[in-house]
Design a protein around this ligand. Structure first.
Ligand code: ADP
Ligand code: MG
Length: 210
């Protein structure tokens, strides 16, 4: 399903976070969104994921139509917050996400363990994890139900070279499976190596599209 934004504006009181943004994010592609701090990247991602409504303009999600519930069911999201319970282990967080999607928890964890190389740390509470371990579990949790729409906000932050390489493989695999993948990043190298297209925001406007 492609996601289309037409003339989307978002204001928070007097703050104009997005101003007339039009963009298409295609299924089976990795779309990169770049831009300086405060340029509206996270706001754009939240609108694509229906977590926030535009002040004006339109957003469409292909065959999912206008149903926010359907979009959210199809959504995998990793934002600034990992959306994991701090006192549960990585395993428990992944198993819980699987059960919420009606999937077999044990199978979901085994496949996540292999894909994200989750070691013994997966049995410890999430709050004890290093940044890289958090990121792996957060991604595994988000991917548990094979989302059709995958949205990642600054996913390379704090990752080492091996972590970034793994992330690139995972993102490419998800797009190859047909998912619509949108990644907000500061990392020009990651955008170049991993993206199929790029959109650059500045002060809420699109200043470059390729
Ligand atoms: P980016 O992710 O590119 O750093 P954001 O999309 O988070 O930028 O923010 C864009 C602008 O909108 C910023 O000026 C930010 O302070 C403002 N903003 C974002 N969310 C809110 C909010 N809930 N209330 C008020 N202002 C907000
Ligand atoms: Mg942001």
């Amino acid at each position: 399903m492609s996601v289309e934004l037409r003339s989307v504006t978002k204001t928070f009181g007097t703050v104009r976070a997005l101003l007339g943004v039009s963009a298409t994010f295609e299924a089976g592609k990795v779309s990169m969104v770049l831009g300086p701090n405060g340029s509206g990247k996270s706001t754009l991602l939240a609108i694509v994921g229906t977590l926030s409504r535009p002040t004006s303009g339109r957003v469409s999600h292909g065959d999912l139509g206008a149903s926010r519930a359907k979009v959210r069911q199809a959504l995998g999201w990793v934002g600034h917050d990992a959306l994991c319970y701090a006192d549960l282990s990585g395993r428990e967080n992944i198993e819980l996400a699987a059960r919420l999607h009606g999937l077999d928890a044990g199978e979901a964890f085994e496949s996540a363990r292999a894909r994200f190389d989750l070691g013994a740390f997966a049995e410890r509470p999430f709050r004890t994890y290093s940044r890289g371990q958090r990121q792996r579990v957060a991604l595994a949790r988000a991917l548990v139900q094979a989302p059709r729409l995958l949205l990642l906000d600054e996913p390379t932050t704090g990752l080492d070279v091996a972590g970034v390489a793994r992330l690139r493989d995972v993102v490419r695999e998800e797009a190859a499976r047909g998912s619509t993948v949108v990644v907000v990043t500061h990392d020009e190298g990651f955008a170049r190596d991993t993206g199929d297209s790029r959109l650059v925001l500045q002060r809420g406007k699109v200043v470059e599209e390729a």
